[in-house]
Design a binder for this molecule. Structure first.
Ligand code: TYD
Ligand code: MG
Length: 452
């Protein structure tokens, strides 16, 4: 009889160790190891090598463009790279309560309405609960089937019997296979289930959506351990108190990864936001000191985002710097540039900066907007409210050229902005939209002297 072997697996990243460890050597998570039984390896000599896989010449393989279809939600289609690919495996991750089940039920209903057979496997909610949600979303497609099931073998049986075009598994962490001995949600279970769904969807051309919770506690395996197994990884993000949700592609074998989709959570489910710029501007057209608008690029789209800054005298020995939506180190660096190159005294000032609407900006083109927002709040002078700001700021205070200026300026003009401050180097060849006044500058000192 073979001896059962035990191993310890980090539930955060899947790192394996023969002994229990307090801290994972790989990802650094604390107290994340759980004992699991090693799956019995196949005995040598028992592997069937008469299988069909034979090497072929790559150039001889017939190429057919992957079949895609729309999900009925434009924003989701954009993030997927132009619709769902038949037979692909898509992982939708996100914090609990962010709206993953809502999104997928809506998508399932849309696809059902396009005459595709959809099976929604609910491992977390009873059929009644899902029905309740469906009635809120008015999901009543004829082709949408639902089953409350956690057992992997039984789910596979249902799939074989129903032969759906689309399968939704909500969530992968609740699925368990009888052959794996560890608890549902553990790394081994989640991996095994994902593997099985992968085979199922590739073999039968079923597009499969897996829901995965992001967990901080490490008691159940996070979607991180599956990212390499699936075709596409989408993350659904948003602040709890904010109704806007951003869907982001982190990995996509069938499209680009820098696209985002924006949704709003309403009483009737998720609504697509057609004009993202509107939600990232704080609404009032009367902007206060410290507020500056920047046209950022998200994937292929331009989104106008408002940056707000508050500079106030510090009450402690050390001034505070706080950044929400931009990198903290970038803020510290730009403050240093302002102090050294413009002579602004900030060592006794707290500086808080916030990007409106919960957006994260990490492109250098936002540097000048950050600098201008700080200067505007420091000086208590309002920045022209019909002006957008663009530019990368170097350590010597020079303003450097940025990419895709034309696209950004066009979007700003479309949103009713009348002026734009851009790097001088970007002026050449720029096609000014009608009624748009474009100013080019070379150094932050110039900006400071001109506006403040
Ligand atoms: P849910 O899809 O259950 O989140 P997840 O599956 O990611 O855990 O969504 C949960 C929240 O969404 C819940 O707090 C209620 C809210 N909600 C609405 O505001 N409107 C709706 O129409 C629905 C169905 C949910
Ligand atoms: Mg859910």
């Amino acid at each position: 009889m073979s001896k059962t072997k035990m191993k310890y697996v980090c539930q955060n990243c899947g790192y394996e160790s023969p002994k229990w460890l307090g801290k994972c050597l790989d990802c650094g998570a604390w107290n994340s190891f759980v004992e699991e039984i090693t799956a019995t390896a196949q005995k040598p000599g028992t592997l069937d090598i008469s299988s069909q896989s034979t090497p072929q010449k790559l150039k001889d393989i017939l190429f057919d463009v992957e079949e895609r279809y729309s999900t009925g939600m434009g924003e989701l289609d954009i993030v997927l790279g132009g619709g769902v690919v038949r037979g692909s495996l898509i992982l939708v991750g996100g914090d609990p309560g962010i709206g993953k089940s809502t999104l997928l039920l809506q998508v399932a209903d849309n696809l059902g309405n396009q005459n595709r057979k959809v099976l929604y496997v609910s491992g977390e909610e009873s059929i009644k609960q899902t029905k309740l949600r469906a009635s809120r979303l008015s999901a009543d497609s004829d082709m949408l089937f639902i089953v409350a099931e956690n057992n992997l073998e039984r789910i596979k049986h249902h799939v074989d019997a129903l032969k759906p075009d689309v399968l939704v598994v909500d969530s992968i962490q609740t699925v368990y296979g009888s052959e794996v001995t560890s608890a549902p949600g553990s790394v081994s279970q989640v991996r095994e289930a994902t593997n099985q769904f992968m085979n199922l969807s590739k073999k039968n051309g079923i597009s499969t959506f897996l829901v995965g919770h992001v967990t901080k506690s490490g008691s159940i395996a996070g979607p991180k351990v599956l990212e390499h197994m699936v075709d596409t990884v989408l993350y659904f993000e948003g602040e709890g108190h904010n109704l806007f949700r951003i869907l982001r592609a982190v990995k996509n074998r069938f499209g680009s990864t820098n696209e985002i989709g924006i949704f709003e959570m309403t009483g009737q489910g998720l609504k697509e936001v057609d004009n993202p710029s509107k939600i990232f501007l704080s609404g009032s057209s009367n902007r206060e000191a410290g507020s500056v608008v920047i046209p950022t690029i998200e994937g292929t789209r331009t989104v106008l985002v408002e940056m707000q800054c508050l500079v106030s005298q510090t009450n402690f020995n050390m001034p505070r710097r706080m950044a929400v939506g931009i990198d903290y180190n970038k803020l510290v660096l730009l403050i240093a540039v302002l102090e050294k190159k413009v002579g602004m005294v900030l060592y006794n000032q707290d500086v808080y900066i916030n990007v409106v609407g919960g957006m994260n900006i990490d492109e250098p083109a936002a540097d000048l907007a950050i600098v201008t927002a700080i200067a505007s709040s420091f000086k208590e002078r309002r920045f022209p409210e019909d002006m957008v700001v663009l530019g990368e700021v170097g350590l010597t205070g020079e303003i450097r050229a940025v990419n895709q200026v034309q696209q950004r300026i066009n979007e700003a003009a479309k949103m009713g902005f009348k002026k734009a401050l851009i790097p001088s180097a970007n002026l050449e060849g720029l096609n000014r939209p009608k009624e748009m006044h474009v100013v080019g500058m070379k150094h932050v000192e110039e900006v400071f002297n001109y506006f403040f």
